[in-house]
Design a protein around this ligand. Sequence first.
Ligand code: FES
Ligand SMILES: [Fe+2]
Length: 381
Amino acid sequence: MLTDEENILLTQVGRGTPCGELLRRYWHPVAAAAELTDEKPIRAVKILGEELAVYRDKQGNYGLVGEHCPHRLASLAYGRVDAEGIRCPYHGWKFDGTGKCLEQPAEPADSTFKDRIKHIAYPVQYLGGLIYAYLGPAPAPLLPRWDVLVWEHGRRWIVKETVIDCNWLQAMENSVDPSHLFWLHGDTAHLAPRVKEYSEQHDFIRFEYGIRKRRTTLALATGSKPEVDEHPLLFPSVLRHVAPFKEAQSVRHNLQIRVPVDDHHTQVFRANFVPLNNERSPADAPVPFRFTPLKTGPREYRMDMVSAQDSMAWETQGALADRATEHLGVADEGVIELRKLLREQIERVQQGLDPIGVIRDPAQNQLIDLGVINERIGLYP
Ligand code: FES
Ligand SMILES: [Fe+2]
């Protein structure tokens, strides 16, 4: 249970709020690269409460600028791109990727007005099929090269899901809540019979990028060997997971990236990678993308899908869960640990320090192998 003040402290994403300033110390994806096409090279996106427009110009460079034109606030998302940048659809003001105003067609030819206009613009980088943005103070840290985004020895694809109508922390608390697995997903994951036969030990281990969640399954009935499933929460907003990929007798490694849209909405991107002998995914290859709906209508969840089951649980906690009314037990140790970590990192930023997991040394960022273990599906330490 938290007080109302603590609940707000740990959840708000806006600029100037303690948690919003912490979240601005990390890179977040704003779109899949494949969502920007020649026919539709601009998209409106909202992240950390800020309305922005992401685009790909005619040279193939990505940009991210404030959605609302600084002239009279029309949306740049309906504008045009050329080789230099993005042009407003209303009166044609043009901007480059740094927010510099390049043209104001209706102003006198000798006007210097455009030189006094600086539009909102943020750095973006492409990695593994995603366009990442950094909304924090310079200098930006390195964009983490997580294994799933960088590996080449197989097949990679990106999934974007329906926007979830709740605060981002509800999704992240779920990532350190192993006791929900059997109850929420048991029927779908064919794990339900294990509820009676197995008991589990859960450990939450801090490491340099967040919290490793270790599930040790003890087979009480059969006396067989314990099995370990260990994968990390990458602070602040990513779950690194692995699941069987039966179609190719392999495993599907994935990042579940929960991007805070605003205080009451969260956009999940999933980056998937399946190791395969006969396929390669080099860094410059296009990465396939698909959209997966989680609902068929308001509160009509597709309850045969694991991700829809999770989103049902998160949304029905409330747009912002009222943590003053909850009752945490011993089994909620991971949730308590995450809140503690979050509070500590907010304080680090307030002290002018980098929070956990911020990378500035290129030698540390060649390829970050997160070493997931899942003995049940054949991944051993
Ligand atoms: S509102 Fe954008 S150019 Fe006028
Ligand atoms: Fe789940």
